[in-house]
Design a protein around this ligand. Structure first.
Ligand code: PMP
Length: 397
């Protein structure tokens, strides 16, 4: 909302708090009041605010080299691609890494690669290619991506829309199979829908998506911008169900909460269609991004953040289930250290709950309507998590 006299565009409606500092799972306002951050930058802050290893990597690189553009190579670009490919190669054919900046750019890159692969390799005539996506998706804010959004707020007013997308209900394997045909170059899904409220598809859904893609020679693209990099107790969410995508999009936590870093990772045959001049970004794969990204990959390679997300996640889901049993929540869905909770209609909206939690020094944000997402930093202590959940219980009562 734009306040009179403000020069800031009004495309957000933030909670009434102005932050000046952060450390670990805690942030502070100008009065030095501490707040527990249970949103963690929509999972961009999986390692918390100011993780020492990430800050050290960024500080060191700031004094060396920060930007070359892709007109020139730099000494961290290949190491970054090697490391990310190495981290992910047990989970998918991680042959090539294409670095970008934001999550939306990674998704756009995957869409472009799939279409070009569809024409050049699969042989789908230009203008006929279809990409099948799911209702309730959130893949970013660009014109093409909002063209296949089912959220009217995100979509209305921005036409004309990019054609070539078929939307099917999320979690419905039969509807997906129905929509995929010879023109389909890709199926693009979030393995768990984050913005929709941490919606976990039925068992077997992603495997069915994989099978239908194989049957029709289409690519399976999983958007792990929010679900990936430790959040679900695994490096990628698709690991939970053992499904190997052809391409995966990453973002958010890849930049360690320091700067935007995203990437598309996947099969050589697919990303290989993007030749010089066909795609790019001034900032994608810049030295600072690669330095921080490499440090993020090092943290993930230890497995300890995934372990924390699993252990603390079990604790989190137990406490949330107890709130459901008590009638204080209408529903709760969680995986790893990631939860969507539904506020009962008679206890106000998700926004109202977020405001009551703010008064109690806990930061969360509604996703929409009555749903609030919890995504604490994976570095949070169990005591701090319990402190936050005690305040959630209080705010619901
Ligand atoms: N994909 C998913 C699954 C996301 O959750 C988001 C952001 N919420 C994006 C893409 C877009 O990322 P960005 O805001 O960095 O463009």
């Amino acid at each position: 909302m734009t306040t009179a006299g403000s020069h800031l565009a009004g495309n957000y409606h933030p909670l009434p708090i102005r932050l000046v500092a952060g450390s670990g799972a805690w942030v502070r306002d100008a009065e030095d009041t501490a707040y527990l951050d249970l949103l963690a930058g929509y999972s961009a802050l999986n390692f918390g605010h100011g993780h020492p290893a990430l800050l050290a990597a960024a500080h060191a690189q700031l004094d060396r080299l920060t930007l070359t553009s892709r007109a020139f190579d730099h000494d961290l670009l290949e190491p970054f691609a090697d490391a990310l490919s190495g981290l992910l190669s047990p989970l998918l054919p991680a042959d090539l890494v294409l670095p970008m900046n934001t999550g939306a750019e990674a998704v756009e890159t995957a869409v472009k690669a799939a279409r070009k692969w569809g024409q050049e390799v699969k042989g789908v005539p230009a203008e006929q290619a279809t990409i099948v996506v799911a209702a309730g998706n959130f893949h970013g804010r660009t014109t093409t991506i909002i063209s296949f959004s089912t959220d009217e707020d995100a979509r209305a007013g921005f036409g004309p829309y990019t054609p070539g997308f078929r939307v099917v209900p999320y979690g419905d394997a039969a509807a997906l199979a129905e929509a995929v045909d010879a023109t389909t170059v890709a199926v693009l899904l979030e393995p768990i829908q984050g913005e929709a409220g941490v919606i976990i598809p039925p068992a077997g859904y992603l495997a069915a998506a994989r099978a239908v893609c194989d049957e029709h020679g289409a690519l399976l693209i999983l958007d792990e911008v929010q679900s990936g990099l430790g959040r679900t107790g695994t490096t990628l969410a698709c690991e939970l169900v053992g499904v190997r995508p052809d391409l995966v999009t990453l973002g958010k936590a890849l930049g360690g909460g320091i700067l935007p870093v995203s990437a598309v990772v996947g099969r050589r045959e697919v990303l290989g269609v993007l030749t010089p001049g066909t795609h790019g970004s001034t900032f994608g794969g810049n030295p600072l991004a690669c330095a921080v990204g490499l440090a993020v990959i090092d943290l993930l390679a230890t497995g300890q953040y995934q372990d924390r997300a699993r252990t603390l996640g079990t604790h989190l889901s137990g406490r949330l289930d107890a709130l459901v049993a008590e009638g204080l929540l209408a529903g709760s869905r969680s995986v790893g250290l990631w939860a969507g909770i539904d506020v009962p209609a008679d206890r106000g909206t998700g926004r109202a709950l977020s405001e009551r939690l703010l008064e109690r020094r806990v930061l969360v944000k509604d996703t929409h309507g009555h749903t609030v997402r919890l995504a604490p930093p994976l570095t949070i202590s169990q005591d701090d998590l319990d402190w936050g959940l005690d305040r959630l219980t209080d705010a619901l009562r």
